[in-house]
Design a protein around this ligand. Structure first.
Ligand SMILES: Nc1ncnc2c1ncn2[C@@H]1O[C@H](COP(=O)(O)OP(=O)(O)OP(=O)(O)O)[C@@H](O)[C@H]1O
Ligand SMILES: [Mg+2]
Length: 225
C-alpha cells in the first residue's frame, strides 16, 4: 500500500525549552526517523514525551534547536521564513484534538480560511471537501450548530482544502466518543487511498495506533520503537 519513497527524513533533531535563566528542559534528544510517502504513521508515548513538540516541528510551526528535517530531500529550516510559510500552506494540513473552528463563521467559511491565506479560495473546492467528509448538508451551519464529530470533520475538511501531501494530526480522536472516533479513523484511511496523502498522527488511542502502518514510540525524547 505505501510508496517506497521517503517523504520526510528527520536527522538528530533536538529541542529544549528554557526553564530558568540557566536551565533548559530537553524535550527531543536526538530524533531520527523517516516517513514514507502514503504512509499512515502513529506517534505514541506518555504525556510529556515530546509528541506534540515533534509534530509541531514537522509542520514547521516550531523550529528545532539542532538537527535537520528534509522534506522530499530539501532541508526545510534552511529556507527563509516566507518560503517556510509558503511551504507550510501548500504542503501541510493540520488537525488538532479540539477543532479550533471560528464560532462566528459557517462550516463552509471555516474550511475556506486556509485557502484564503494561500490565495486560492475556491468555494466549489470547499464544497467538495465538505462533501468528502460527509457534511454536504451542514455547510451553512456554524460550529455551535454541529455535533462534536461533525465539527471535527469540518476541521478535517479545512486541513484538506489546499490538497496537502502531508497531514499532521494531534490526537484527532481525543475529544470524540468511540463512534465518532471510528468515523474519523475510517475517513483518514479513505483519504489516503483516494489522494495518496501521508499522515502522521499523534494518538493515545491504542486500537487506532495498531491499525496504522507503523508506530513510532517516543520515550524520554527519543524514538524507542
Ligand atoms: N513552549 C514550551 N515551553 C516550555 N516547555 C514546553 C513547551 N512546550 C512543551 N513543553 C514541555 O515539553 C514537554 C513535552 O511536551 P509535548 O507537548 O511535546 O508532550 P506530549 O508528548 O505531546 O504530551 P501529551 O500526550 O500530554 O500531549 C512537556 O514536559 C512540556 O511541559
Ligand atoms: Mg501533546
Amino acid at each position: 500500500m505505501t510508496g517506497r519513497e521517503i517523504l520526510i527524513k528527520v536527522k538528530d533533531l533536538m529541542k529544549s525549552y528554557p526553564v530558568t535563566n540557566d536551565t533548559r528542559l530537553e524535550v527531543l534528544k536526538g530524533i531520527n526517523l523517516n516517513i514514507l510517502k502514503e504512509e499512515i504513521v502513529a506517534i505514541v508515548g506518555k504525556s510529556g514525551a515530546g509528541k506534540s513538540t515533534l509534530l509541531h516541528i514537522l509542520g514547521t510551526l516550531d523550529k528545532p534547536e539542532s538537527g535537520k528535517v528534509l522534506f522530499e530531500g530539501e532541508e526545510i529550516f534552511l529556507k527563509k521564513e516566507k518560503q517556510i510559510a509558503e511551504f507550510r500552506s501548500r504542503k501541510i494540513g493540520f488537525i488538532f484534538q479540539f477543532h479550533h473552528l471560528l464560532p462566528e463563521f459557517t462550516a463552509m467559511e471555516n474550511v475556506l480560511i486556509p485557502s484564503m491565506i494561500s490565495g486560492t479560495a475556491d468555494k466549489s473546492k470547499a464544497a467538495d471537501v465538505l462533501a468528502e467528509v460527509g457534511l454536504k448538508e451542514r455547510m451553512e451551519h456554524k460550529p455551535s450548530e454541529l455535533s462534536g464529530g461533525e465539527a471535527q470533520r469540518v476541521a478535517i475538511a479545512r486541513a484538506l482544502i489546499n490538497s496537502p501531501s502531508l497531514i499532521l494530526a494531534d490526537e484527532p480522536t481525543g475529544n470524540l466518543d468511540s463512534e465518532n472516533a471510528e468515523a474519523v479513523i475510517e475517513l483518514i484511511f479513505d483519504l489516503r487511498k483516494k489522494h495518496k496523502q501521508t499522515f502522521v498522527i499523534v494518538t493515545h488511542n491504542e486500537e487506532f495506533a495498531n491499525r496504522c502502518d507503523r508506530i513510532i514510540k517516543l520515550h524520554d525524547g527519543k524514538v524507542i520503537l
